[in-house]
Design a protein around this ligand. Structure first.
Ligand SMILES: [Fe+2]
Length: 228
């Protein structure tokens, strides 16, 4: 009886600590739609592989690299040369962390046409686009030309630049480099071959044109309004 009470008490004592445990791992985000819901613009097969294999690899890679970083840090006191290993690990953290972050943005800024995908933005974002680019079509053309210019793998981002009075900019990056600091991402568009090759093969320009049919401008407008 006493033992049972003691265990129960210990259990109760442990509960708050468990609840307060720090989050140390990232996981795949939930999707708001089924893999096939972006067809015919992006095939279900592409989305399934992209999410379950490619994005998962970045999740795993980021978790492994940050875990290794934390472990190595504890050895700094006894072996200062560990600093070099910590520096080397930063490339992995940047690559996989960028891959994890960029894909989270990407999934959320896509939507099936039945859920508003492709519907032009409204509100403050629409006004800002009109003011800076003249029309949404002009912004899309500019973004597509940046996407087409990527040699190898990379991304294009529509950002709100907080160091430039909240102006919109189209930023192109290579590999999994992401945008940080004052560049607040509104849209992230994946230009890696894994994002289109099964459906579009060498015609990546057709993929860049098609993706605007499933761009979730409501999400972009929300990010625009929230950026400060
Ligand atoms: Fe990707």
């Amino acid at each position: 009886m006493f033992a049972a009470k003691s265990i129960a008490r210990r259990g109760l004592q442990l509960q708050p600590a468990t609840l307060l445990a720090k989050r140390t791992k990232v996981t795949l985000p939930d999707l708001d739609w089924d893999f096939g819901a972006l067809e015919p613009h992006i095939s279900g097969q592409i989305n399934e592989l992209h999410y379950t294999k490619h994005h998962q690899t970045y999740v795993n890679g980021f978790n492994a690299a940050t875990e290794q970083f934390e472990e190595l840090k504890t050895k700094l006191d006894s072996d200062p040369t560990v600093a070099k290993q910590l520096i080397a690990l930063q490339q992995n953290i940047k690559f996989h962390g960028g891959g994890y972050t960029n894909h989270c943005l990407f999934w959320k800024n896509l939507a099936p046409t039945s859920q508003g995908g492709g519907e032009p933005p409204t509100g403050a974002l629409a006004k800002q686009i009109e003011t800076q680019f003249g029309s949404l079509d002009n912004l899309i053309s500019l973004t597509n030309s940046k996407l087409a210019g990527i040699q190898g793998s990379g991304w294009a981002f529509l950002v709100k630049n907080m160091e430039n009075g909240g102006q919109l900019e189209v930023v192109q990056t290579y590999n999994q480099d992401t945008v940080t600091g004052p560049l607040k991402p509104l849209l992230a568009i994946d230009a890696w071959e894994h994002a289109y090759y099964l459906q579009y093969q060498n015609k990546k320009v057709d993929y860049f044109k098609a993706i605007w049919n499933v761009i979730n401008w409501k999400e972009a407008a929300k990010r625009f309004d929230a950026a400060a």
